[in-house]
Ligand binder design. Structure first.
Ligand code: ZN
Length: 319
């Protein structure tokens, strides 16, 4: 059976795009629920300026209290050298460094040109010894300001990051515009330039996120980002939902014969917890529809002579 690592980003990308500010206790409880679901990589915090990302203002406190387990790795998102210092001081196991594929978005997101972001990445990767360094290319599938992004351009950025010491390349569909054909095109282009492990980050903004994730697995991705409950949003599409949901993704992968090692029932519980804390119904669908086959019904059969339970009126119950 093939396998893929699910990287949980609800505590970071999910929460930072939610309007309700949570306290540290709730964030730590959320991490405990996620760790209990068997996830092995959790992007727990971002080391952005608290004025720009208020939800992440307590990143150090969250990391200090995050539950530690063998085999569980915590990732901190980093935008610059100052963020790296904070991340290393807070004891993260990995840093995820973001560069954006286009000039306009790069300047708006982190006040750097793409060339400056590449130089910054190189410096960060050089100083981040002892922790895994991921280079995330943001807006790899399209830019809210500049439109289409060429796969060859993304591949060039990935190669530059690989040369600078990245351990992993993540391709992010930051605004959720990609489709599976884009995934295949990007993987082919990037594979021409680097053999580093590939991770993907999909938002379900236009309902293509799960198809993209499955296409990425078929194209050889080793890791997929997802947020439990599908919490979060898209800053460039205010009415949109967030990342693909961890439990819905895990369901699709399990039914496709792709191993993830996660407990779907516990993911559903974690999503229910964070939805309750955020005061919203999470967009994920597995918690509403239920797993299949239902855990209690499989593999047992009805007892001899017992009639199946009747539900509904028998007329018009199935539409
Ligand atoms: Zn994102």
């Amino acid at each position: 059976m093939s396998s893929v690592t699910v990287v949980e980003v609800g505590p970071r990308d999910g929460l930072q795009n939610e309007p309700v500010l949570l306290g540290t206790d709730d964030k730590v409880a959320y991490l405990e629920a996620l760790a209990g679901a068997g996830l092995t990589r959790i992007e727990a915090v971002s080391f952005a300026h608290p004025r720009l990302v208020p939800q992440m203002a307590d990143a150090e406190q969250v990391m200090a209290r995050a539950p530690r387990r063998d085999g569980l790795s915590y990732i901190g998102l980093v935008l610059n050298a100052r963020g790296l210092d904070r991340a290393l001081g807070a004891g993260v196991d990995e840093v995820n460094v973001v560069l954006v594929a286009t000039e306009t978005f790069s300047l708006r997101n982190q006040n750097m040109t793409v060339a400056e972001a590449l130089t910054s990445f190189s410096a960060i990767a050089g100083r981040a010894s002892g922790v895994r360094v991921t280079a995330t290319v943001g807006a790899a599938f399209g830019c809210p300001f500049e439109g289409e992004v060429l796969a060859e351009h993304v591949a060039e950025l990935a190669w530059r990051c690989a040369e600078s010491g990245a351990d992993e390349i993540a391709l992010a569909d930051t605004i959720g515009v990609g489709v599976p054909a884009d995934v295949r095109r990007l993987v082919a282009a990037v594979r021409e330039r680097t053999s580093l492990p590939l991770r993907f980050h999909f938002h379900n903004t236009r309902n293509t996120g799960y198809a993209n994730a499955l296409a990425a697995v078929e194209a050889g991705a080793s890791a997929l980002d997802a947020s439990s409950g599908g919490i979060g949003g898209c800053p460039f599409a205010p009415a949109a939902t967030g990342n693909i949901a961890t439990e819905d993704l895990a369901y699709a992968l399990r039914r496709s014969g792709v191993g993830t090692g996660v407990r779907i029932d516990r993911l559903v519980s974690a999503a229910a917890f964070i939805g309750e804390r955020l005061g919203k119904q999470v967009p994920a669908l597995l918690g509403r529809a239920g797993d299949f086959p239902p855990e209690a019904a499989s593999p047992s059969q009805p007892a001899q002579g017992a009639a199946p339970e009747r539900r509904g009126s028998g007329r018009g119950a199935v539409g």
